[in-house]
Design a protein around this ligand. Structure first.
Ligand code: ZN
Length: 155
């Protein structure tokens, strides 16, 4: 059995995510995340960094936006009339909305500006354009079962 991270292994990973020195997320207060390596379940830069790591091994890695949540696209903003929204939705700056496009696809957007009649929606991922620093530890490792590979997730 392989003792380091390769494709189609179930990885249990503890991590702390920092952006510009500030902790954004951490598994320290909960359970490690679990996923099948090589199946794109985590961001590409993190997946790349894991290959060859062994159980118990720690690393600090920096991931550029291109290998994380993408570069920030300033054209990915749109103005919308406030009266197009249901009155129950608070249209405050900072609010995240799930919107449906013409094809019925759900898009997430954040309100980044608002005036009397209109809001400006930003469709970029909240972490787009950010350099991510991860402190990672492999907490467990095993080969995925055929059933897990078939389902595309760890059991
Ligand atoms: Zn399943």
């Amino acid at each position: 059995m392989a003792d380091s991270v390769q494709d189609h292994m179930v990885v249990k990973l503890d991590y702390t995510l920092m952006i510009e020195g500030e902790i954004m997320e951490s598994t320290a207060d909960g359970e490690p995340i679990e996923f099948i390596q090589g199946t794109g379940q985590i961001i590409p830069g993190l997946e790349d960094a894991l290959y060859g790591m062994k159980v118990g091994e720690k690393k600090t890695i920096e991931i550029q936006p291109e290998k994380a949540y993408g570069i920030y696209d300033p054209d990915s903003q749109e103005a919308a009339k406030k009266d197009e929204f249901s009155e129950e939705i608070p249209l405050d700056v900072g609010t995240f909305l799930d919107l449906r496009d013409d094809e019925g696809e759900v898009l997430s957007a954040q309100i980044i500006a608002a005036d009397e009649d209109t809001v400006t929606l930003d469709f970029n991922h909240p972490l787009a354009g950010k350099v991510l620093t991860f402190e990672i530890t492999i907490s467990a490792l095993r080969p995925a079962t055929p059933e897990e590979l078939d389902h595309g997730h760890a059991h």
